[in-house]
Structures are given as C-alpha cells and as structure tokens.
Write a protein that binds this ligand. Sequence first.
Ligand code: OXD
Ligand code: MN
Length: 598
Amino acid sequence: MSNSTLQNEISTPPKIANANVTAWVQNCASLLNPDRVVWIDGTAAERKRLIAQAVEEGVLIQLNQQKLPGCYLHRSNSNDVARSEHLTFICTPSEDMAGPTNNWLETKAAYAKLRPLFDGCMKGRTMYVIPFVMGPIGSPLAKVGVEITDSIYVVLNMGIMTRMGEVAWKQLGDSDEFTRCLHSLGDVNPERRYIAHFPLDNTIWSFGSGYGGNALLGKKCLALRIASVLGQQQGWMAEHMLLMGATSPEGKKTYIAGAFPSSCGKTNFAMLIPPKKYADEGWKITTVGDDIVWMWVDEASGRLRAINPESGYFGVVPGTSDETNPNAMAAMSRDTIYTNVALLPDGDVWWEGRTKEPPKEAIDWTGKPWTPSSGTKAAHPNSRFTAPMENNPALDPAANDPNGVPVSAIIFGGRRSKTIPLVFQAFNWVHGVYLGATLGSETTAAATGAQGIVRRDPMAMLPFIGYNIRDYLVHWFRMRKKMSDCPRIFHVNWFRKDDQGKFLWPGFGENMRVLKWIIDRCQGRAYASETSIGWMPRPKEIDLEGLSITDDQLRQLQSVSNDEVKAEILSQEELFLKLAGDLPKEMIFQRELLVTRL
Ligand code: OXD
Ligand code: MN
C-alpha cells in the first residue's frame, strides 16, 4: 500500500498509539494493501457507526429492537461454522516444541506459505486495527494484543469479548510486548484456511475464516494457545475453564474453576441458578467467567488465584432457554450479536430448545424459509451469542478485579454417556492432574468433524495447548510445588445415560446439589468414601429432595464397574502412546496405582 493512502485522515494512528504497534501496522498494511485503515478507539459512538455500516453491508441483520434492543443477527458462510482444528497450526523451529497433539509447521516455512495468501488480500477492503486487553485492566497478568482484520463482524465481536480501544494503549505504554494478531477473511475458502500461531514471535496469523474461535484472535488463539506458552515459561497457567463463585448461607464464598470440553455446558454451569430450596437457604452463584481462566500462585498466601481474561460470552445457544439458563437468556436480551440462529417473522430469534413448541415458520440459519416439517435444524447446532458479561445478572463483583479470586476447587468434566460417575474427588493434586490428563469426552459440534466419539481431551485443552503436551503435563505437576495450599480436584459427569439412552441426571440448576458436596469437601465439612477411582459421596450426601430420582438411579449414576474402568484404562492408551517415551513419570505411577486398586 502506498504511504499516501495510509496518511489520509482516517488512517492516522491515534496520538496515544504505541510506536512499536504503529511500525508493525505500517508493515502489515504494505503487505495487505487495504483501501482504508481504521484505528478502532472502542467508544460507544464508534460502535454505533460500525453497527450501522455492518447492517448496510448485510453483515448484520437488525433484530426486533423492542424485544431485543441492540441485538443483531449474523449469518456466516455455511462452510465456516466451527473451529477448524485440522487447519490450526503451532509454528515453531522444531516439531518437538509443538508436540504430538498439535499440527506443526516450521516457522519460516509457515510464514512463506501464508504470506502469499495475505499479500494484497485487503485490496478493496477496510483494514481495522483493534487494540485490546485480555484480563482486567491493571492486572499484572493482563496482556495486550492488537488485531488487524478486514471483518467488521470481528471488530464488533472483539468489542464485546475484550477490553478494546484506548485502554489498551494505556495498558501497553511504550512496551513492545503485545500479541501481533493478523486476520483476514480472505475468500472464506476451507482450502485456503490457516489458523497459525507463532508463540516465539508472540504472533498469530489467521486466514480464511470468520468463525469466532478462528477469528476473534484474543480468545482461543491468544488467551489459550499463546498464553499457555507464556504461562509455562513464566510459572502460571492458561486454562479452558469457567470460573464461578458460590456464596453459602453463612456468607462464605468459595471460588470454583471448571474445565469442560467445548459445548459441554460450561456457560450453563458458570451461570447456574440454584434450585428454590438452595436459593431459599441463601445459596448464591455468581459468574467470573465461562470459558477461560488465567491462574497464578499468590506468593503471600501460597494459593492459586485466577482471572477471566475475557469480558464477554461467546456461548452456544441451542438448548438455552428460560428454564435451562435464565441468566444466559438475560445476558443475550440486549446488545448481543447472534450468529447462525433462526430469524422469526417479527424480528425475534429462535433455536432448537428455546421454546418447547417450535415456531410455525422461520428463516433458518442459512437464510432459507423453514417450518417444523422441514426436517432440518432451524439454528446451526453450533450457533452462538456474543454478549457483554455486564449483562449477566449473576456477574461476580470480582469479575473486573485485577487481583482475581482465590480458587478452592478445580472440576474436570466430560460428556460421557457411560462408565464415568456423577462426581468423585481426586485423592490429591497429582492424582487430580492424572484425572484431568486422561479426561475423555464425546465430540460435539463446536469443532468440525465426527460427533459423539469419545476422545481424550486432557484438561479440555487438547485443541488449545500451544506447545508440547509433555511439557504441559509436567507444568501442571510442578505447579503443586509452588502452592502451600492447593485447590481440591474433582471429576463430574452430567451426561451419564441409562440403558434406554435417557439422561440419569437432570443437570443445569440441579448441578447445585453436586456443587454443594464439592464446596463442603473444600471447606472440610462433607464425608467421602474411598473407592478405587477416588473419594465419593455416600448416596445420602447428594440431596435428592424435590427430584424424581430414585436411590437406585443415584446408585446407577455413581456406580463404578471394575470392568468398565479397565476398558477406560485401555482406551487411554492412545494418548499414552502418542506421548510414548515422553510420558511424565507421575502419569505412569498414577495409572499403576489405579490398576492395583481395581
Ligand atoms: C468455544 C469453544 O467457543 O471451546 O468456547 O469452541
Ligand atoms: Mn471454549
């Protein structure tokens, strides 16, 4: 791009901009050749302008502003509806740095492969420069990123998911420490789609997709893949976890982090509304985050503390309703971007599970007329809402606290129709890390590929560990040594089914009953029986009052079969073999101890 275009009024960097960023933006503009450069300032007036422009360009559809003030619908390209794990790369000088669970490209080869795609790709387009902060402003762990993109949808989503605009310049000062995030929609062709991470250069290059997890580069790319590398180097952790607060009737607050694979109900759990009985007693649940946490050991207390680096929710909508998650429904009732849901004749939105009765007619997520007899889904199974966390009626008061919150429990959970009981507790941290490392879950629509197949998803981080899983597991084991008092670790499974294929546990708000036992264990209040797989509540420890679950069904939910556990150990072999020769010794010892307990 010629300098004269860059120097027109609209493209002048704001005075406050950091010189290192300005130089990098100039370089990118020369490569991308946009018609215009727009520096995003993050103000409400700018947002209003950009929304109007997005509506005019057909990127957004204005929804019924009486029912859904400030809400818009976006329909993505139908080939671009989920994260593309097979097109996601860790680019490092050696393959060993990326390890056996990542797709790897050699750094120089990756730049050489991607540069021609970016070369001139913004001709005829506007290049937006988005300065943003991940983490509460002023937090020692907060990180600055700058995303260059040609997608107005990305700009508007980043404005919800991150602290965007002038705050980033203040957080960055004159430092060179910012993540260089380069994104272009290209021609949205899966054949030319790459989500490439260069952890050693603090750089992300994403081409050919507008989908959240591939294109909102502050989220999975920065806050998990790049941050996990920084965490390993600097002694902290970036994890795919929700973070919630639970206040007991006596006013004691316990913070709980939970790792669940994509589309396994993290958002629902983080926004849980206690059943009436618990609410009447005075239990209160508040949300710090629903997808990502950054955790470090506080030197003064020796305890793990956590922040949520995001400032919004990019949640799955199908199945969400006033019954299953009223807080999420409230969060997405205003100032929300819906992606790939169905549009109703009155400008409202709909998705499977929103109401018991489907609407008589709608426009489906692809833009075609739809009726209940169409035989297709009206909303895409991975349709999403992007809403500011401030909209959540149950937002935790510490969600913006730069010092974060202390973590008392870590919960691992997968989607397992068989074998895995409702809840059990690890014997100790090392055993808990083993449980997390061997976490299995049935695959969902959040990523392209076959669904419903059990895959090992260590700490629910399989698609997000930005380096060698061997070093990641070692990092988890070593974190214990930094803590004088470590969180208790638990395993849950809300998805166990009976022989008829019916869910045994109601889930959603009723998960409070399980959470209560977890909290009581952390506070040294509840009893547990020692079993081969860990500490388990006695049946009477899980309160079933008001549920139509029989004691027998609870026993089924909690049953552990030695034969099934043996089969589980065998099915973990695939992961162990991937790590062959490199498996941390704790993993081998824990497996052997489990075998001897059977
Ligand atoms: C997400 C995911 O969008 O995990 O959070 O895919
Ligand atoms: Mn996620």
